[in-house]
Ligand binder design. Structure first.
Ligand code: ADP
Ligand code: MG
Length: 624
């Protein structure tokens, strides 16, 4: 071509400003230029595919829908080639010399106003999302040359060149293929980018799911495709699993997978996995979020904290939405209303999915629950939006299940006794502790089901739940009028302490224990145990937390002490009291502390040990 065919043009002011920043940038993540150029190549390829489908365009000899990257360590160049729609002369001026989007202009204005990148809070990595990704090429290259030809039959070919300083030139080319080839002459400090290994690494990191083959120096590097955009029926189990392993660097098989597509109210494609194992429970540190956010197959944010709630951090996968605007920035993702809506919709869908899985295969769900219960409990305790759905997913053992057998609140309600108004639960470190403790007695006696809660968070969730299907939640250790009534005849057994004597005894008991209890009263709930302490805070785990926060144990009253007036120990102490034996006080104190221990509460061991010795002494003396 003759030199006089070269035409030189000025960039639009904003572009010159942008290039100024880009060229001088010390931005550390400049490797993102490759993501931008590959993403442009993929867009151009996608557009061509679309045109062929919809306009039935006749293209000259069909070229494969592939993207090629070639590196040359000697010439210090990297070349990105696509067989996409290509650009006409007019396209070049329009697309690479001017900026149409107001969002892009705003982005550039912010960049320039904040001065040097790195000082302001505007992030150059957003360049692609603001519709000016192409210019990131100038972070690594001092000359960029584009060879391009439109796919429309009869198009001419063009060469576009720029050093990124104010102007660019266009001249006719001699390319016969359609598509675009971009050659970057690397800056000296960017020579790393003509190494194939480095390029492979960057592609794996940012462009693993580009839906067209990407070949680096002839070798295909992206084996995993954007399978979430396909129909579930087109994807095999093996492909799903391969994808899961790829995104999570995982070696296990996923426990569940949910592939979900919606068009309204939002266009969503989500592919989520529950891993085979929960490593947090083995003492690994707190997991990072594992869901990546995409817009039209282009990654917007890896491990996005905005797209799923924190308790869903065990979930791995991809959420892709066509509705996301291009100009969404990482900083504003967190408080973007659309993202929040996506988050809500996908989370709700995921919970519904789990509920369905639990119905389909309870054994498998129970396996899931044993591994991941912590997360759902965390959600039920903290996520107000999805609380109802989360609560339906909770599982418990009870006095009517075998060890390891689990039921839901729904199961509980469905087999409740007709006259029963509430759902009862009792806490303890484990099944044995609960079953040997005093709280279960009345329920056992009356054949009422009680859920077992083994962790403080269980009590926290249940005690904060106003009701489930109209049934109140009641802790067995709670001082409550809602406990099932004991039948009358049980109340009046001949050998129990009664009337004035009982009142006197209770008063004495309270005086002896002082502020350590709020009340002492005769129990209707006890069968075999001498006494029980009812929580002042609704549940003992709450009380325990108060004790831990408040170092002085005696500052926290144990709650109400209920004594079993039919029990030999309680009757015996009454006899000692009546005979004026001071030993009665020590015995009464020990009854309280025994009840506290049975409740799993913390007591001061030193004073107890001394008291126990004096009690032992007395027992030994008696024998002699
Ligand atoms: P965006 O991709 O967000 O539109 P870019 O700055 O990355 O912004 O690219 C600007 C425009 O240049 C694109 O919209 C497209 O029209 C054109 N373009 C860039 N690369 C190519 C390519 N490889 N083939 C065809 N057109 C391209
Ligand atoms: Mg782009």
């Amino acid at each position: 071509m003759m030199n006089n065919n070269v035409e030189t043009r000025e960039f639009q002011t904003e572009i010159t400003q942008l290039l100024d920043i880009v060229i001088n940038s010390l931005y550390t993540e400049r490797e993102i230029f490759l993501r931008e150029l590959i993403s442009n190549a993929a867009d151009a390829t996608e557009k061509l595919r679309y045109c062929r489908l919809t306009e039935n365009e006749t293209c000259e000899a069909e070229q494969p829908l592939e993207i090629y990257i070639d590196t040359d360590e000697e010439a210090h160049t990297i070349t990105i080639t696509d067989n996409g729609i290509g650009m006409t002369h007019e396209d070049l001026i329009e697309n690479l010399g001017t900026i149409a989007h107001s969002g892009s202009k705003e982005f550039i204005k912010q960049l320039t106003e904040y001065g040097k990148v790195g000082q302001g809070n505007t992030d150059l990595s957003l360049i692609g999302q603001f519709g000016v990704g192409f210019y990131s090429a100038f972070m690594v290259a001092d000359t960029v040359t584009i060879y391009t030809r439109s796919f429309r039959p009869g198009s001419e070919s063009w060469i576009w060149t720029s050093q990124g300083t104010g102007s660019y030139s266009i001249e006719p080319g001699d390319q016969t293929n359609y598509g675009t080839k971009i050659v970057l002459h690397l800056k000296e400090n960017a020579y790393d980018f003509c190494k194939a290994d480095e390029i492979n690494r960057i592609i794996k990191q940012y462009s693993g799911f580009v839906p067209y083959p990407v070949k680096v120096n002839g070798e295909k590097v992206n084996t995993v495709q954007a399978i979430w955009t396909k129909n579930a029926s087109e994807i095999s189990d093996e492909e799903y699993t391969e994808f899961y392993k790829y995104i999570d660097n995982a070696y296990d098989e996923p426990l569940y997978r949910m592939h979900f597509t919606a068009d309204a109210p939002l266009a969503i494609k989500a592919l989520l996995f529950v891993p085979g194992e929960n490593f947090e429970r083995f003492g690994f540190s707190k997991m990072e979020r594992g869901v990546n956010l995409y817009c039209k197959k282009v990654m917007i944010q890896e491990k996005s904290e905005a797209i799923v709630p924190e308790w869903m951090r065990f979930v791995r996968g991809v959420i892709d939405s066509d509705d996301l605007p291009l100009n969404i920035s990482r900083e504003t993702l967190q408080d973007n209303a659309l993202i929040a809506k996506l988050n809500r919709v996908v989370t709700a869908r995921f919970l519904k999915f789990l509920e369905e899985k639990a119905k389909d295969d309870a054994a498998k769900y129970n396996d899931f629950w044993r591994k991941f219960d912590k997360f759902l409990k965390e959600g039920a305790a903290s996520d107000y939006t999805h609380c109802d759905a989360l609560v339906r997913l909770l599982r418990y053992e009870s006095n009517m299940t075998g060890e390891g057998e689990l039921i839901s609140l729904e199961d509980y309600v469905s087999r409740m006794r007709d006259e029963q108004k509430a759902i009862y639960y009792v806490s303890g470190a484990n099944r044995q502790v609960i079953e040997s403790g005093p709280y279960l007695e009345i329920f056992k006696d009356k054949g009422i089901e009680v859920l077992y809660t083994y962790e403080p968070i269980d009590d926290y969730i249940l005690s904060n739940l106003p009701d489930f299907k109209g049934k109140k939640m009641i802790a067995a250790e709670q001082d409550s009028a809602d406990l099932p009534d004991m039948p009358e005849e049980d109340n009046a057994s001949a050998s129990e302490i009664q009337g004035d004597e009982l009142n006197e005894y209770l008063e004495w008991f309270k005086q002896t224990l002082g502020d350590r209890v709020t009340e002492v009263r005769a129990s209707k709930r006890l069968v075999d145990s001498p006494a029980v302490v009812l929580s002042a805070y609704g549940t003992h785990s709450m009380q325990k937390m108060m004790q831990i926060v408040n170092k002085d144990l005696n500052n926290i009253p144990a709650g109400i002490l209920e004594i079993n007036s039919k029990h030999p120990v309680i009757k015996g102490i009454n006899e000692l009291r009546k005979s004026g034996d001071l030993f009665a006080s020590a015995a009464a104190e020990q009854v309280l502390e025994n009840s506290q221990i049975a409740a799993g509460l913390i007591i001061d061991p030193s004073s107890m040990v001394n008291r126990l010795y004096s009690i032992l002494e007395r027992a030994v003396e008696k024998k002699n």
